[in-house]
Design a protein around this ligand. Structure first.
Ligand SMILES: Cc1cc2nc3c(=O)[nH]c(=O)nc-3n(C[C@H](O)[C@H](O)[C@H](O)COP(=O)(O)OP(=O)(O)OC[C@H]3O[C@@H](n4cnc5c(N)ncnc54)[C@H](O)[C@@H]3O)c2cc1C
Length: 495
């Protein structure tokens, strides 16, 4: 029986482990943090329960594919489709726009704002949908053995889509819509990728199609961490051992294969095959010390925005908040242009609020509310430390209080703030970057760090900074791609 050691317990690792167990591999896992899940984690405090990161996702059918592939009898958690998807409020305005999948209801939200909204939106979505379907299976969900294979694959994408490569998400918005509100709201998909619409290639408008037409957005009954709890239970049943508070810091290798990893306590962790779920670029820099991933090269790569997250317990119900809410300012273009490099004040930031207890009342004591706030901020290359983190958190709490007409400060009974420093330290995220390597054209597909090692033939990578990219469904696809590679090299031992 071949033994696989997996470094990390993020979603890509948990799903890879179960796929491998099904194929007859013996799996063991090591994790730096004290519990599984990586960014998809959980914080319990003062009687409140918070999901630490992801709050919703698309492409649920990737989870269905995974359950079938891993031979699990029953999905250990249940999806809940969002409707409306989210709300958006602009500073200075009392109203919130509700984003519905139903185009007639959605068009009503923009009456008097965007003339002929439905026709324009249909045209926009048809175009985004055609790109999605022409690339999903052909380009996104597959392995590349070399750059030529990737470029050759791109050549098979219908030529009509090529102008998208030259435009940004914002350019695409300008081609289809006129009002500031519609352009800003539907370009938020770029922020879901940890970037801004002004520097994100127009190919990612396909996300508007996935949210509004295709599979929509979903969360999970009982909170997002139910995903991790469910998978962890299956791993336990399968006899997979997980060692927590165990960080891989060193290694020993032969000529072309890895012999063992070494953890921070000096224990050697041996296996036949190694799967790294730690960031595929950062691990090559920090542990393997590869030239191609030297400190100076890492600095030059494009990374996604970092998270500043607040976990707030409130001693009563908060009106005027939906389940998922975006609070935008009145200087979208200026803010987007400056936020990456820390050249704008965080006195009045843009942020997102998930009032999780509105969907899952058990996440807060009776009559109370648990709120999660995510504010995208510069990574630690541009803002290394956060001595003012309480001040920035208070700015957000004050701004939110004004906008929902509720004195949050007065009713707060629990408050936790994680800056990019906490995120980096907890999960080894490069400079605290929240969604890993950015998705610029020169950092995706065949240009992204490979999911197999350049030197050691028994080392593979799975997760956000390798193929195909960031987000929960991508993590699930990533585990499929790696298991495909391992099976190709070592064979399914049994099915
Ligand atoms: C604030 C925030 C909000 C998000 N919201 C969404 C959302 O709404 N929807 C969505 O789809 N996606 C969202 N994402 C993205 C999503 O969380 C990630 O894409 C996904 O969870 C990444 O999973 P992963 O398996 O790649 O890696 P990770 O979750 O990063 O897991 C890697 C694991 O490896 C461990 N590790 C690292 N180095 C070592 C080492 N040397 N030794 C041992 N262990 C190590 C880490 O501790 C970690 O547990 C969000 C991310 C953040 C940060």
């Amino acid at each position: 029986m071949k033994k696989v050691l997996i470094v990390g317990t993020g979603l890509a690792a948990l799903t890879a482990a179960l796929r491998l167990v099904k194929r007859g591999y013996q799996v063991e896992m090591v994790e730096k943090f004290h519990q599984p899940g990586g960014r998809l984690n959980q914080l319990k405090k003062d009687g409140f329960t918070f999901d630490t990161g992801p709050t919703f996702f698309s492409m649920t059918y990737e989870f269905d594919e995974f359950f079938k592939d891993a031979g699990l009898e029953k999905m250990p958690f249940t999806f809940k489709e969002l409707d409306p998807l989210y709300s958006v409020n602009f500073r200075g305005s009392q109203r919130s726009y509700l984003i519905y999948k139903d185009l007639d209801r959605l068009a009503k939200e923009f009456e008097g704002i965007e003339p002929d909204f439905k026709r324009k939106m249909e045209k926009f979505l048809t175009s985004a949908g055609s790109f999605f379907h022409d690339t999903e299976n052909l380009v996104l969900k597959r392995n590349y053995d070399n750059i030529f294979q990737y470029l050759f694959t791109l050549m098979r994408v219908p030529y009509k889509h090529s102008p998208r490569l030259l435009r940004t998400v914002w350019n695409e918005m300008e081609r289809h819509f006129d009002s500031r509100e519609v352009k800003e709201i539907f370009s938020l998909v770029a922020f879901f990728l940890g970037a801004t619409p002004f520097d994100t290639p127009a190919i990612y408008t396909l996300l508007s199609y996935t949210e509004l037409v295709h599979d929509g957005y979903h969360n999970v009954y009982g909170g997002m961490y139910k995903i991790v709890e469910g998978l962890n239970k299956e791993l336990y049943k399968a006899g997979v051992k997980i060692h927590y508070n165990t960080e891989i810091v060193d290694y020993k290798a032969g000529k072309s294969s890895l012999k063992h990893f070494t953890d921070q306590h000096g224990n050697n962790r041996e296996a036949d095959i190694f799967v790294v779920n730690s960031d595929a670029a950062f691990f090559r820099n920090k542990v393997f010390k590869r030239k191609k991933f030297s400190d100076s090269r890492m600095e030059k790569m494009k990374w996604t925005l970092a998270p500043l997250t607040l976990y707030l317990g409130v001693d009563r119900k908060v009106e005027n908040l939906h389940l998922h809410n975006y609070f935008l300012g009145d200087n979208f273009k200026e803010y987007s242009g400056k936020i990456f490099k820390n050249s704008i004040s965080l006195e009045r930031p843009y942020y997102y609020v998930n009032a999780v207890s509105k969907a899952d009342p058990e996440s807060a004591p009776e009559g109370c509310e648990s709120l999660f706030v995510l504010c995208p901020v510069p990574d630690r290359r541009y803002r290394p430390d956060w001595p003012d983190k309480e001040e920035v958190a208070d700015n957000i709490i004050r701004d939110l209080s004004e906008r929902i007409d509720f004195d949050l400060q007065k009713h707060l009974v629990s408050k936790t703030v994680w800056t990019p420093v906490e995120w980096e330290n907890a999960f080894n995220l490069y400079k605290g970057s929240g969604l890993s390597l950015a998705h610029d054209l020169n950092q995706i597909g065949g240009f992204r760090p490979k999911n197999y090692d350049e030197e050691f033939k028994n080392v593979f990578y799975t997760g956000s900074s390798t193929l195909p990219g960031t987000g929960l469904p991508m993590a699930v696809i990533s585990s499929r791609l790696i298991v495909e590679r391992i099976s190709r090299s070592y064979g399914p031992l049994h099915q």
